[in-house]
Design a protein around this ligand. Sequence first.
Ligand code: COA
Ligand code: AMP
Length: 633
Amino acid sequence: MKATGVRQLHKQSIESPNNFWLEAASHIQWFKEPTAACSVEDLSKTTALWFEGGELNSCYNALDYHVENGFGDQTAIIYESPVTQVSKKISYAELLYDVSVFAGALALQGLVKGDRVVIYMPMIPQAVVAMLACARIGVIHSVVFGGFAANELATRIDDALPKAIITASCGVEVNRVIDYKALLNNALDLAQHKPEFQVIYQRSQAIANLDRDGDIDWLIFVEGQKPVECVSVSATDPLYILYTSGTTGKPKGVIRDNAGHCVALKWSMQNIYNVNPGDVFWGASDIGWVVGHSYIVYGPLFNRNTTVLYEGKPIGTPDALAFWRVAAKHKVKVLFTAPTAIRAIKKEDPLGELVKKSGFDLSSLSALFLAGERSDPDTLEWAEKQLKIPIIDHWWQTETGWSICANCLGVEELPVIQGSPTLPVPGYQLEVLDKNGETLESGIVGALVIKTPLPPGSFSGLWNDEQRFNSSYFLNYPGYYETGDAGYIDENGYVFVMSRTDDIINVAGHRLSTGAIEEVIASHSDIAECAVIGFPCELKGEIPVALIVLNSQQQNSHEDIQAVTVQMVREQLGAVYSYRQSVIITALPKTRSGKVLRSTMKKIAQHQEYDLPATIDDPNVLLQIGSALTNLS
Ligand code: COA
Ligand code: AMP
């Protein structure tokens, strides 16, 4: 395949998806081979079913197969934890044993294929063990990011209805220890659904009281348990649910199937990231996000890479050399992170003097991949200058599970054009449409949409919400999946992703819902209404800023209201929302029919030109917002 250029390969994937994906499917291990790649039920409505009739097990593909083939001694996970001063290697054979035993313990409690388990854990190897153990017995895992508050965890518990929750006693952030068990207790108090039991991995930084009904210590849970074999699951059976932000406060439970996911990720490791089995791959993200699922856990393990599990930050753990220290120490071949992480490092080492002085040998590093938000040219240039390797922007989403657009280094390295994640990846038929669904000429910004069927690996639905699945993604542009991003394609086919078309913001590479923040703030008794918009931030890309309208008879001072709402968002949604700033205004700008002019406010915040909507109720409100936002730092 590698002799073919990427444009040719893309053409093949679109013209004969069955041939293309059956060939890719031959590189994974099946218990029962599929007879066809794609079966499409209704093109205008949903995504396709991939590899129907096939049977496999994702954990088998990640672990057993490699051990059976003599690679048991190869390192599967390098656990680097500058926050706890631990550095540890875990071989494929060791990981397989731990996973099989944990799976045995879950099975003994009666968990079977199709049951759900929520995993709320920091970046420790036990989190990977828990995920793979679920996959081994066909249990659907749902990992919840550790930075979310109890309320968010409760919402996910009530939606996924897990039989068990797996957690750790604590997470370790730069300057504080986060009491995960207390957060879990709060979440269980808030949730309607009560799981049967909770397994808690005790960390020495904070030992938890296991005093709740159903609490059990991880070590006791696995003690004396027998390893179990992989169960065979159908190609289309769900592997996991991962909740992501939608425009409302209710998160969307993205469902990922087993086979499409395995085929696509295996293909991507070699063809996009250009890593071979045995290479060291580092996805510097968190297992709570899709990047962590695909490129800390599953992708590298399917491809028999050594994956780095990093419990730390790009700066402050202990310094701005953290990434380069780990990359040099473990001879990382490919590093994948968010632009915000590089911006943080650049801020502390603007001229690259620290990197130079450190003398770290980064010769093994062949490429740096960036995703999660738009890569700004300054960041790209800085990274290129310091590392002298290709810096590859690539664009994807929780829903797709892997890249929509990328420079496929394993197929053909194309010139990097700043601001562009390069071309659509084979499997993705990307188009730019206007509001009426007409195709736009090259260079004109419109809605970025993907012609259905979506390729393997993309989501197969939203948990418990078929109706939202259809209305959020397939309604506005029949026959297409709506990405929610706007952008354009230039005359050479390079794609440029410019902004979201909805109310989602991107804070430090984390996709967050302004609607969720608004719901929390608006519940303050002194607040009549509010709107939250993304405000430019040099480090995090965007941060949320609330525009607050008070009740006529407010009880508290402006300062109190502002401080209390910050605390409310932190407690109810989580610190990761990075909500700190608000402005008090007299009214929200609305059309005469009452629609809040969010996109106009966003343009004001981002210092972009805007047209005064003809239907605006009171134009002076926009002027007031303009001056209020100018005073924000
Ligand atoms: N558990 C508990 N709390 C968490 C957490 C976790 N897993 N992750 C983040 N938080 C908390 C942080 O402690 C911080 O709390 P604070 O307000 O009390 O300081 C808050 O959430 C915001 O965290 P973060 O966004 O990480 O900001 P930061 O200021 O601590 O660090 C960066 C800034 C740029 C260094 C950091 O955002 C970063 O490394 N970003 C990379 C993003 C990334 O990997 N994205 C994934 C997509 S590829
Ligand atoms: P998530 O689902 O959390 O991965 O967030 C997906 C969203 O992040 C996308 O819809 C984009 O808005 C944004 N995003 C991800 N990668 C890029 C990129 N390379 N360029 C621009 N935006 C990106």
